[in-house]
Design a protein around this ligand. Structure first.
Ligand SMILES: CC(C)(COP(=O)(O)OP(=O)(O)OC[C@H]1O[C@@H](n2cnc3c(N)ncnc32)[C@H](O)[C@@H]1OP(=O)(O)O)[C@@H](O)C(=O)NCCC(=O)NCCS
Length: 160
């Protein structure tokens, strides 16, 4: 705090917001993921372009993590297409730029997706893309599950 009682401008913290389109801000994520052969990000763009999946059905949402004006991460919540019934959600396409990992931003993003799932889904499932991703989801409270279509699940606040 300065001597006149004013607080110095703090650097902007990360923000999480819905993304309605895959605009230019997503370019660095697409390029980094492509250079590393991350297939699910390629599918994200493909399915968005074709209209096959734009996270726009009831209960669905696609979120971005921003640091200032830079989009550093993305991730979405779908109705799980591999589950019977409509009360199971699926976390998909979670990707943080390499330079922005291990800062809690993935946690911020997935926690927000789980909050968005409340009232829409009973359970949220996903398929962890690697042992590292599995460790990340376990730490968030997901349990391992033995299902051909999912490796982890978590219960969310029930549908009223
Ligand atoms: C997995 C991923 C989303 C995690 O995002 P993140 O912002 O780095 O995660 P956080 O900082 O919130 O991590 C919280 C904790 O999860 C665990 N964790 C995260 N990444 C991990 C890793 N690579 N290996 C082991 N544990 C990990 C750790 O306990 C971590 O705490 P720490 O940083 O103090 O060790 C991110 O690394 C990523 O985008 N990876 C590439 C794409 C991917 O695998 N996506 C998941 C698809 S299923």
């Amino acid at each position: 705090m300065s001597c006149d009682g004013r607080t110095a401008a703090a650097p902007a913290g990360p923000t999480v917001a819905a993304l309605a389109a895959l605009g230019p801000a997503v370019g660095p994520i697409r390029d980094e993921a492509r250079s590393q052969g991350v297939d699910f990000v390629r599918r994200l763009f493909e399915e968005w372009a074709s209209g096959a999946n734009r996270f726009d059905r009831p209960g669905e949402i696609f979120l971005g993590v921003w640091r200032g004006d830079r989009l550093v991460g993305v991730g979405g919540l779908n109705r799980d297409p591999y589950a019977a019934g409509g009360d199971i959600g699926r976390v998909r396409h979670v990707y943080l730029l390499g330079a922005h990992r291990h800062l809690g931003l993935g946690t911020l993003l997935v926690t927000r997706l789980l909050r968005e799932a409340e009232g829409h889904f009973r359970i949220v499932r996903l398929r962890a893309a690697s042992p590292e991703a599995a460790a990340f989801y376990r730490r968030l409270g997901f349990a391992e599950c033995a299902d051909p279509a999912a490796t982890h699940l978590i219960r969310v606040r029930p549908i009223p």
